[in-house]
Design a protein around this ligand. Sequence first.
Ligand SMILES: Cc1cc2nc3c(=O)[nH]c(=O)nc-3n(C[C@H](O)[C@H](O)[C@H](O)COP(=O)(O)OP(=O)(O)OC[C@H]3O[C@@H](n4cnc5c(N)ncnc54)[C@H](O)[C@@H]3O)c2cc1C
Length: 551
Amino acid sequence: MTIEADFVIIGSGSAGSAIAYRLSEDGRHKVIVIEAGGSDFGPFIQMPAALAWPMSMKRYNWGYLSEPEPNLNNRRITAPRGKVLGGSSSINGLVYVRGHAEDFNRWEALGASGWAYADVLPYFKRMETSHGGEEGWRGTDGPLHVQRGPVKNPLFHAFIQAGKQAGFEETADYNGSKQEGFGLMEQTIYKGRRWSAANAYLRPAMKRGNVEVVHGLAERIVIENGVAKGVEIRQGKALTTIRARREVIVSASSFNSPKLLMLSGIGPAAHLQAMGIPVIADRPGVGANLQDHMEFYFQQISTKPVSLYSWLPWFWQGVAGAQWLLSKGGLGASNQFEACAFLRSAPGLKQPDIQYHFLPVAISYDGKAAAKSHGFQVHVGYNLSKSRGNVTLRSPDPSADPVIRFNYMSHPEDWEKFRHCVRLTREIFGQKAFDAFRGPEIQPGEAVQSDDQIDAFLREHLESAYHPCGTCRMGRADDPMAVVDPECRVIGVEGLRVADSSIFPHVTYGNLNSPSIMTGEKAADHILGKAPLARSNQEPWTNPRAAVSDR
Ligand SMILES: Cc1cc2nc3c(=O)[nH]c(=O)nc-3n(C[C@H](O)[C@H](O)[C@H](O)COP(=O)(O)OP(=O)(O)OC[C@H]3O[C@@H](n4cnc5c(N)ncnc54)[C@H](O)[C@@H]3O)c2cc1C
């Protein structure tokens, strides 16, 4: 039996779900979504506060590790990716950041014409229903609900106050006209549940009757005479081909999209030949240009018993879980990232480059290492690194993990900027607003002061912020390192597109779920041959002191 559809999408993640929703909207096309992972049912995924669980569970996470990173004491860095309905949007931290206007202007400058801020702003609006965002700048009737947390913990307010005391800006909506400054963080949560791409887009699309999800591992794109005709998938021992009457769309993430192209004969010719894979299109950019954000946790003891530490014992976690199950309310209904900041590391910069997530507890992201007292922390990182890595095949076997080399901290500027993050955070936590709460520094620790001491700390403690992208980069069709053109078409093969975080020409400054969904939204219009949404003429805020001050 041949399974066939007009459009076959590989991956039900942030971009894939949005594409399935838009391609099926008018009811004229049959869409099949191939997903290697399983169901997203249950509290580990659906309860926002459980966010540390799914990334630690093999059934929801591809579980990749980088190769030993030479600048980070040869540590292998965890590189999680969602393997479940909704992809990484089902296991992520639920933080919602569109990115800065300059991020998208940079995309256009790198050859992604039609993806400047003025072009993408209408898509960000189309996708959102914003609860509490700036009027005129935010969406009001899109599938993706975005909210702020209840902000009950006094530490959130102390953080924003401290930023103002240090002379930084405050912003009422960093996803609106003004990104720079301290403010309340936004979350993809709706009625107490994780609002993943599966909940926002895929489930409503599946109700239409013309969208079907097929579970299986896509092993290869079937290409006949230079035209993509379908996808070969493995379900247990069986191999099945799903035929595409019109197009195949790869939305398998920044690790698996380049892997799938290479397994299908699209990539750097010498590498494919070394793997024994016949070359269909020699595209050296496939797997190159890997970018990510790094961060470390700056942790401080709280002298007042106000942090979430009281809730960490199993008993109280059970109470919070039960409350959520009964009412979808209480602590379980927030990711606890409720305050944040977007700052420029130096005068003369056009956009912020340092990002803060504030958390009213001192704990590792995966929940495994918690300080043994009340505390608070920021996840802080320099987000515009010039370090570049790559993704290659380990073997021609589709079940093998790809080889991931980030080359983190390989640009000297990274060290300067991250040292600045340590010192800047001390300045912020040292403000009056924290006087009532500030105990000793847990990490880096007061003894870590000199450049050498800070570098040693960073080498041991920097982690990925889980924002890999750029490995099937979008650019001009005549750019030899571009993999897709600005309409997301794979250069050199007909009937094939890539649309997900892998096509970003450059990492955006904030978290990547929002721009990944936006990419899916816009790609869908290109696939359907629709005219793009009209460009916006709204001008974002710029700091009048930018040339002379970092604040
Ligand atoms: C632990 C974690 C925390 C994060 N926190 C945040 C956050 O708080 N805020 C934020 O904005 N961003 C966050 N991110 C990043 C963000 O979620 C991702 O950048 C974004 O979801 C990427 O979307 P995508 O469409 O490129 O890929 P994904 O959403 O990863 O989707 C790819 C899909 O393709 C499927 N797939 C892959 N290969 C195959 C194959 N061969 N066959 C079939 N199916 C396949 C996968 O199973 C997956 O469902 C986080 C990511 C992680 C992992």
